[in-house]
Design a protein around this ligand. Structure first.
Ligand code: GLU
Length: 482
């Protein structure tokens, strides 16, 4: 067999749905696994309205995700054009050829009338087109008279159509249930379904990977391939990505697109890693892998046909793993805009990035996490009482007073001297480390949960500000204890 050729064929909607991105990823993996070719084709014919910048969203998403296509509108290739609207002149001849081959027929029926009937009868509407029974001469006379027509697919209702899907297995439908759909419209342009089939054939696509909403149309597509005598592609239909047990993930329901996730501070690499697992799992149950590792591990046979649920918590966890695995310099660069947004004071951003890297799961969490640097927030002294840390107001007061004294005596102020200083106090006062560190951290941040501990944050705040905040806490506690 020759190498795989796959295509991602998005319609430019202005956003990248997570399910579509997963399709793109699997198309890429099927091609790359086989050293094959991954193609981008823009399917912009059947769109209700033109969305400004929508094609750029596709290019940018694919670039950010590392899904490099080998052929496409921007990179060219032997089988272009790769934008469907630029291929409009190509389809009519195939529709006419299909008529010659017996796979389709001219239909002169009044479309408005048919539409009304369809509307009235709903999904059950089956059209037994009288035009199928016209003689060659009758048809030619109508064509010569310039009557408007469409070209409709021929489907023999007594037949069954079947194919084997790589995920869903053997699919068989009775042709009586298939609609003799329009392939070429009265304006001479193809319908979406027809263009899709012709393009796949002309672009020599070997594997079609797409959402399972196309599963029921595939037998119709196959009848077209058969009528032409063309080789059919291998089909890999994917289960839907769900928001919960009952609802599909969809932009219409306000669910996340790739762009939304990035805006919330998820990293493209983590998103890709996560969506690889939506409907597929490796044999070894590993969960973290680069695109390159994924290419080696991926196996169509392990795609599941049951719907997968998009679990934002799992993605958040995974994103955290990616943040912790980053080069500190790279992380600093990425986090810096968020740090600068939240912290205007003159603090060492590398040190701030450092404490964030240990704790953040998304970039979106950064600003709230470090909002105490510029200004100590209002806080309640109740925070000093913590069962787990074994602290009470009295314990906190003792340890803060001792800490203030220790800090004032430091000639060198850095992470190591602070670390030694605070731990030394615990020893001296026969207290637990937490009984020193916890009250100090509350005093200098005013928050129960912070990235970084007492030592790191004291170090970033500097001697003067740390002492000032501790003095303030001492005052608060003394007032409370009376
Ligand atoms: N343009 C179609 C979509 O966005 C692609 C269908 C296909 O891959 O065959 O759903």
């Amino acid at each position: 067999m020759s190498e795989a050729r796959t295509r991602f064929a998005p319609s430019p909607t202005g956003y990248m749905h997570i399910g579509n991105l997963r399709t793109a990823l699997y198309e890429y993996l099927v091609a790359k696994k086989d050293n094959g070719t991954f193609i981008l084709r823009i399917e912009d014919t059947d769109q209700g309205r033109f969305v400004e910048g929508a094609v750029d969203v596709i290019y940018n998403t694919m670039r950010d995700c590392g899904l490099k296509h080998d052929e496409g509108p921007d990179v060219g290739g032997e089988y272009g054009p790769y934008v469907q609207s630029e291929r409009m002149g190509m389809y009519k001849q195939y529709a006419e050829q299909l008529v010659e081959l017996g796979g389709a027929h001219y239909c002169f029926c009044d479309e408005a009338r048919l539409e009304a009937e369809r509307e009235e009868k709903g999904d059950s509407f089956k059209y037994d087109d009288p035009c199928k029974y016209l003689t060659k001469e009758e048809i030619q006379a109508k064509l010569d008279a310039g009557e408007p027509y469409v070209i409709r697919q021929n489907i023999d209702p007594t037949e069954t159509a079947c194919f084997d899907d790589e995920v869903y297995g053997h699919i068989e439908v009775s042709c009586a249930d298939l609609d003799e759909q329009i392939l070429l419209k009265s304006d001479g342009f193809p319908t979406y379904n027809f263009a899709n089939v012709i393009d796949d054939h002309l672009m020599k696509i070997s594997h079609v990977v797409r959402g399972n909403e196309y599963l029921s149309s595939t037998p119709k597509y196959n009848l077209i391939y058969d009528a032409f005598g063309w080789q059919k592609p291998t089909y890999i239909h994917l289960p839907p990505v769900m928001k919960d047990e009952f609802h599909k993930l969809s932009k219409r329901n306000g669910d996340a697109s790739f762009q939304d996730l990035v805006a919330k501070g998820y990293l493209p690499a983590a998103i890709m890693n996560y969506i690889a697992l939506l409907g597929w799992s490796p044999a070894d149950n590993e969960e973290i892998f680069t695109l390159e590792e994924l290419t080696k591990k991926f196996d169509v046979a392990r795609i599941s046909k049951s719907p997968s649920i998009f679990d934002i918590e799992k993605l958040t966890w995974m994103n955290g793993v990616y943040i912790r695995n980053m080069e500190p310099e790279k992380w600093h660069e990425m986090a810096l805009p968020y740090i600068n947004n939240a912290v205007k004071g003159n603090f060492d951003t590398h040190l701030i990035a450092n404490i964030l890297q240990q704790r953040m799961n998304t970039l979106g969490e950064i600003e709230e996490a470090i909002d105490f640097f510029d200004e100590l927030p209002e806080y309640s002294t109740d925070l000093f009482v913590n069962k787990k840390m074994k602290t009470t107001d009295e314990v906190a007061l003792t340890s803060l007073k001792a800490s203030k004294e220790m800090l004032e005596g430091l000639t060198e102020y850095n992470f190591d001297t602070l670390h030694e200083g605070y731990l030394g106090l615990a020893g001296k006062l026969e207290m637990k480390n937490g009984q020193i560190m916890y009250p100090v951290r509350i005093a200098i941040t005013g928050k129960e949960r912070t990235p970084g501990g007492a030592v790191e944050i004291s170090n970033i705040l500097g001697k003067e500000e740390t002492i000032r905040r501790i003095e303030l806490a001492i005052k608060k506690l003394e007032e409370k204890l009376g």
